[in-house]
Design a protein around this ligand. Structure first.
Ligand code: SF4
Length: 268
């Protein structure tokens, strides 16, 4: 992004928008503001101004976007967003894994694509508030080091599928208010509380432990102990749980296997 994004915009022109005028000196607005909400508002203003002056390339360096996730606002910070001369917007994702002969590790590209798809959805929320709404491009610019060098190279990556999947998942999330409504009156999760009270509060929330939680969630040991103590099948992993269907505890499974429970004529 050095030199006013000269190299980044050259890559964007080459990979995404060859029909546009080649970038010669981009507009790089100052996006500094106080707090994430202030930065998100500043970003939205910069996007509106850039879109209102067509014919120029604009580079937003570390913009801040807001996305509604189950009723609460999540702030997201893409590496960059480019406003093209035609007023359309592109998400830029800059990664440190190499692109060797134009190809990168598919798993890492997949993760970067899912991440960029969330940014695309957040940008679409900003675009929807403008009239006319600018086009948010569904091909993002993935920038990586070229063949172990420190030179950047880039590829246009189609995120339509990941965008659709993420949008569907976000729409299906239970809203935070609904989860809070189901909790006992007066419950509090403050880390300042005495350990017993905090443990009781955490235990009031239902959880479905899986071994994957160990690498992603700080409550993993708590949830694992609790699921083991209740004899749940969940510590055995999601595939086992899916195979067992309605049998949710180890005792149920053993009873069914021994023919002590369920319909003896029904092999399932
Ligand atoms: S460990 Fe975390 S993610 Fe897993 S069930 Fe418990 S709270 Fe949920």
């Amino acid at each position: 992004k050095a030199d006013g994004g000269t190299e980044l915009l050259r890559l964007a022109h080459e990979r995404l928008d060859r029909s546009a005028e080649p970038p010669t000196g981009a507009h790089v607005p100052d996006l500094s503001a106080v707090g994430p909400a202030g930065r998100a508002a500043r970003t939205a203003l910069a996007l509106r101004e850039a879109t209102a002056s067509p014919g120029t390339w604009t580079l937003l360096d570390h913009p801040m976007l807001a996305l509604d996730v189950a009723g609460s606002v999540a702030h997201l910070e893409p590496d960059a967003v480019i406003v093209h001369p035609d007023g359309s917007w592109t998400v830029v994702e800059i990664k440190s894994f190499p692109m060797l002969d134009g190809a990168a590790d598919p798993a890492k590209v997949g993760a970067a694509t899912r991440q960029a798809a969330v940014y695309v959805l957040a940008l679409e929320e900003v675009a929807a508030r403008l009239d006319p709404a600018p086009r948010v491009r569904h091909r993002i610019l993935l920038v990586c080091p070229k063949d172990f060098s420190n030179l950047p190279t880039a590829s246009a990556v189609d995120v339509r599928k990941q965008r659709a999947v993420t949008a569907r998942q976000l729409a299906r999330l239970t809203r935070v208010e609904d989860i809070a409504d189901a909790l006992p009156e007066g419950i509090c999760f403050s880390p300042e509380l005495p350990a017993e009270q905090l443990t009781a509060a955490v235990e009031a929330v239902p959880a479905t432990y899986a071994p994957e939680c160990l690498s992603t969630c700080e409550l993993a040991f708590h949830c694992r102990d609790r699921s083991r103590a209740s004899g749940a099948v969940t510590p055995l992993g999601r595939p086992v749980r899916a195979e067992l269907g309605g049998l949710t505890t180890v005792a149920d499974v053993l009873a069914a296997a021994r023919g002590e429970a369920g319909d003896p004529d029904d092999p399932a």
